[in-house]
Design a protein around this ligand. Structure first.
Ligand code: HEC
Length: 174
C-alpha cells in the first residue's frame, strides 16, 4: 500500500467514526429550553411556580406584620439561630464566630442602626450586606419581619430611659 492509500484509508475511517458519532448524538432525546419535561407536564405542574412566600429581589416585600408577643418570640428564636452566632445574643457584634476570626459586624446599638428604618433589617436579611451573605433562602419573609422586630426590641432594651419605666420595674433596679 502506498503512503497515499494509507492516508486515504485513515481519513475514510476517521470520517466514518465522526459520522457514526453524529448519528448517535442526533438520535439522543433532547429537551427544548423552557418546555415542561414529560413528568412535569404529567403532574400538571407547569408553568413552574416559586415556593409559597418567595419574593423576587426587585419586588416590594410584604408589609410588616402587626407587632405581637408571638412575633417577638418567633423573632427572638430565629435571631438566636441565624444571627446571634455573629451579631451575639445582645446584638453588639461580638458573636462566637467573630471571636474566632470572622469580620465583626457593627453593633445594632450604634446611632446609625438605631435610626435605620425597620425595613433596613428586612432588606439586609434578604440581600446580605457587604461581607454578610443573604439569608433569603433560610429565613422566609415573615421571619425576616419577626427578626427585624426583635432587633428593634434589643435596641430598645439597651436604650431605655429609666424615667419611662413603671414604678415596680424601677424598684427592681440595682
Ligand atoms: C456569619 C456572620 C453573620 C451572620 C450569621 C449574620 N451577619 Fe449580619 N453582618 C455580618 C457582618 C460581618 C456584617 C458587616 C458587613 C459589612 O459591613 O461588610 C453584618 C452586617 C449586618 C447589619 C448592618 C448593616 C448596616 O447597615 O451596616 C445588619 C442589620 C445585619 N448584619 C443583620 C443580620 C441579621 C438580621 C442576621 C440574621 C438573619 C445576620 N445579620 C446574620 C455578619 C453576619
Amino acid at each position: 500500500m502506498s503512503a497515499r492509500a494509507i492516508l486515504a484509508a485513515t481519513a475514510a475511517l476517521g470520517a466514518l467514526i465522526v459520522l457514526g458519532g453524529c448519528d448517535n448524538l442526533y438520535k439522543q432525546p433532547q429537551d427544548k429550553g423552557f418546555q415542561p419535561s414529560k413528568e412535569t407536564a404529567a403532574r400538571g405542574a407547569w408553568p413552574l411556580r416559586p415556593p409559597e412566600g418567595t419574593v423576587a429581589r426587585d419586588e416590594a416585600p410584604p408589609s410588616p406584620p402587626q407587632l405581637t408577643a408571638a412575633l417577638l418570640a418567633r423573632g427572638h428564636e430565629r435571631f438566636d439561630i441565624f444571627c446571634a452566632p455573629c451579631h451575639s445574643p445582645v446584638g453588639d457584634g461580638q458573636g462566637i464566630i467573630v471571636q474566632r476570626g470572622f469580620p465583626a459586624p457593627p453593633s445594632f446599638h450604634i446611632d446609625r442602626l438605631r435610626q435605620a428604618p425597620t425595613r433596613h433589617f428586612y432588606d439586609v436579611i434578604t440581600n446580605g450586606y457587604g461581607v454578610m451573605y443573604s439569608y433569603a433562602d433560610r429565613v422566609p419573609p415573615s421571619d425576616r419581619w419577626a427578626i427585624a422586630a426583635y432587633i428593634r426590641a434589643l435596641q430598645e432594651s439597651q436604650h431605655t430611659d429609666v424615667a419611662s419605666l413603671p414604678d415596680d420595674a424601677k424598684r427592681k433596679l440595682p
